[in-house]
Design a protein around this ligand. Structure first.
Ligand code: IMO
Ligand code: MG
Length: 411
């Protein structure tokens, strides 16, 4: 069975988990393929509200099997905490959750360095979640990181390896004039997790291909979003993983032909948490309206999210890079009650109109939106389960986006 991929089409927080939750009943397995604890995937279910960070949110469904695949950076301490919190709420995931032996391990020095580096940046502060994502991927690409497979080493060798990795991190910590971390403490903390973690660590590339062979329907749960992608996003204000379609392949070991359906998630307006250019940002009452009505506060950090109108230029770029087969448009109801709704249809850059999404944060910073105004709708769009029953102007908004993006909006 070809897999389904769920991808964020903006700066993250598009409501990916809601769509995962919606599509999960038609699937058997769920796979996270990039990022780590920087993600915050919220699912509101009959059993309450669940916030997932590293564990795929699709695992909320009983009987679903799940993977933290090779493209991820896994914080083992936070992972076990998340797992236990789920167990504590009656969601038993042990026995149906596997972690890739090739996934990188987030260690305390990575989180420490993440915050150190952010503290040193002045204007260029990225607004990192502080979860150690950047430094862990740096070590991966420097070919000196710890991998989950290392938890399978004999005790003494694992202990030594952890101490070596911390010592390596400390050399960089000291360059920044900060006090070194205790290698002994990190080793002790990690060793205490070994028994819990080791049984979950497997070769997930093989496992996923076996599932595929057995006809299992696999859903890949993306984290972050298109514009935060390390290659295609608004560099340097990005995360350090591939959150676009390419990451779904390298992050799992699946091939191009194994993917059957790519679903892009777009919010009916735009949000960004963290720094970097954001052409359609609203620094006014309307921005505050979106924040209040949309509950736009970070799941991982609690920070208020920056809010603005829908950016068609950025959305077209996401369609181009990710090749969405269909789009889920989320949080349309948040726009209810607004007199006028604006969308950005092009940018003005140095006095010229451009239709494409420019490469590089510095150029995007100089872009101002070219607006098109649409009539809003007074009645709430909430509770409407069918397209036909939506207010006419809300349908008009959806149809306009669909036409301009040339991709069907199916949810
Ligand atoms: P989900 O999966 C929104 C942002 C951070 C920061 C930048 C780099 O919930 O959509 P990092 O900690 O990755 O080094 O931070 O990326 N960021 C997210 N923004 N949603 C997310 O995940 C994010 N994960 C990281 O705010 O600007
Ligand atoms: Mg989030």
């Amino acid at each position: 069975m070809p897999a389904t991929v769920i991808l964020g089409g903006q700066w993250g927080d598009e409501g990916k988990a809601k769509v995962v939750d919606y599509l999960m009943p038609g699937h058997d397995a769920v796979v996270r393929f990039q990022g780590g604890a920087n993600a915050g995937h919220t699912v509101v279910s009959d059993q309450g509200t669940f916030k997932f960070h590293q564990i795929p949110s699709g695992l909320l469904y009983p009987g679903v099997i799940g993977v933290l695949a090779n493209g991820m950076v896994v914080d083992p301490v936070a992972f076990i905490e998340e797992l236990e919190a789920l167990t504590g709420r009656g969601i038993e995931v042990e026995g149906r959750l596997f972690v890739s032996s090739a996934a990188q391990v987030v260690m305390p020095q990575h989180k420490f360095l993440d915050n150190l580096l952010e503290g040193e940046r002045d204007k260029g502060r990225i607004g990192s979640t502080g979860k150690g994502i950047g430094p862990t991927y740096s070590d991966k690409h420097r070919r000196s990181g710890m991998r989950m497979a290392d938890f399978l080493l004999p005790k003494e060798r694992l202990h030594d390896l952890i101490e070596e990795k911390v010592a390596d991190g400390n050399r960089r910590v000291q360059i920044h004039g900060a006090p070194p971390l205790s290698a002994g403490k990190v080793a002790a903390d990690f060793m205490a997790l070994r028994e819990r973690i080791a049984p979950l660590v497997v070769d997930t590339q093989r496992l996923i291909h076996r599932w595929k062979g057995e006809g299992k329907r696999i859903l890949l749960e993306g984290a972050q979003g298109m514009l935060l992608d390390i290659d295609h996003g608004t560099y340097p204000f990005v995360t350090s993983s591939s959150c676009t379609i390419g990451g779904a392949l390298t992050g799992t070991g699946l091939g191009l032909r194994d993917i059957g359906r790519v679903v892009g998630i777009l919010k009916a307006y735009t949000t960004r948490v963290g720094n970097g250019p954001f052409p359609t940002e609203l620094d006014d009452q309307t921005g505050q309206y979106l924040r209040d009505h949309g509950g736009e506060y970070g799941t991982t950090t609690g920070r208020p999210r920056r809010c603005g109108w829908f950016d068609l230029v950025a959305a077209r770029y996401a369609v181009m890079i990710d090749g969405f087969d269909e789009i889920a448009l989320t949080k349309l109801d948040v726009l209810s009650g607004l007199e006028t709704i604006r969308i950005c249809v092009a940018y003005e850059l140095d006095g010229e109109r451009i239709e494409h999404f420019p490469q590089g944060a510095d150029i995007l910073e100089r872009c101002t939106p070219v607006w098109e105004d649409l009539p809003g709708w007074k009645e709430g769009a909430l509770g409407h389960r069918r397209f036909d029953s939506l207010p006419e102007t809300a349908r008009g908004y959806i149809e306009l986006l669909e036409r301009r993006l040339v991709v069907p909006i199916t949810f």
